[in-house]
Design a protein around this ligand. Sequence first.
Ligand code: ADP
Ligand code: MG
Length: 394
Amino acid sequence: MADVVLEDLNKEYDNGFRAVTDLNLEINEAEFLVMVGPSGCGKSTTLRMIAGLEDISSGTLKIGDRVVNELPPKDRDIAMVFQNYALYPHMSVFDNIAFSLKLARRPKAEIKERVSEVARILELESQLDKRPAHLSGGQRQRVAMGRAIVRRPRVFLLDEPLSNLDAKLRVQMRAEITGLQREVGITTFYVTHDQVEAMTMADRVAVISQGVLQQVDTPMTLFNEPDNIFVAAFIGSPSMNIMEGVLIRTDDGLRLALGSQTLAVPDEVLQQRPALEGYLGRNVAVGVRPKDFEDASVLTDHPSDQRLRASILHTEALGFEIIVYFDMDARPVISQEALELSEEETSAAESSATRVHARFSPTTAVRAGDTIEVAVTVTNAHFFDLETGLAIRD
Ligand SMILES: Nc1ncnc2c1ncn2[C@@H]1O[C@H](COP(=O)(O)OP(=O)(O)O)[C@@H](O)[C@H]1O
Ligand SMILES: [Mg+2]
């Protein structure tokens, strides 16, 4: 059941800038929904509209079954944690967590019980007498969350709460926040620019770009079936390789031309994506995830006609895998939004070669300078319309 419903939500700031356009989104009861997108795409604006900190220009916002567009923040039954959470430095952990309950004049016994429960869930029981200054960064973050959830709000809103933590603590806190959310079963809307954070924490991920929702689905579906080039390029690390290609029907069956090389295309590729039939002979955007390349001398039984020749430019040995880089003489395809993200990719877009990154098994013996055969799992390739950017499926 939907607990928070955004219907045709729009936000136009006073200066005329449209930060959110026709947003439709449902957050289910007890769901952990993460909104992810590049900086400036409208995530905080959306969260602040749900919180009541920002006026809604048009559209309807429901929490529970109530339209809350005009309701002040304090009456919306929400709690928030921001990136720059501030604890009261002169108060103990107990008093920090208890603050809102004291403000609401709850009975002492109830306050004690609720703070104890939250402290147990957040493993802060032994820290309750300490001042924030004597806590670690992770503990302070937990106090901030405890302070928010102690009132048992209907909806928990978090805006990039981990941005100020170092990398190791960030990874640890991801698990803590999802564990906490599951334990208290609270409907949660979490925004971040970090797609790894989104993928690892969310029940469902809402991908947004320039104020427009791109796709909402489970992490695995976003990864395996991105609806458009933006989602394909944004979700996954290292990112999908996307270049121009042409599907051609030959006497020997279907072929995919990528620059000067061709790959055989198994029949199932067309069967699973019937709409591709209408694109035969036309340029399309072809996406291949780094995991769908492998050193052919490791994958020895891979069909010989589903291999590319590649001169390896550079390798990065990560222990459990090796990332290898090579160029293909096919034009790179990069979404407009992705272009704005990276200078490096901008210069790539002007060239006719695509720098491919591939994940090889660590048993590969490949070195920079080698020319090798690369196995491609063609059945996993993604195809997009070059003009609309939309996935070509059915
Ligand atoms: N008060 C404001 N007036 C005008 N533009 C704003 C205001 N607040 C934010 N914006 C713009 O709206 C866009 C979305 O901002 P925001 O929602 O904060 O993005 P995100 O949280 O995704 O980084 C940005 O381009 C930002 O500059
Ligand atoms: Mg923001």
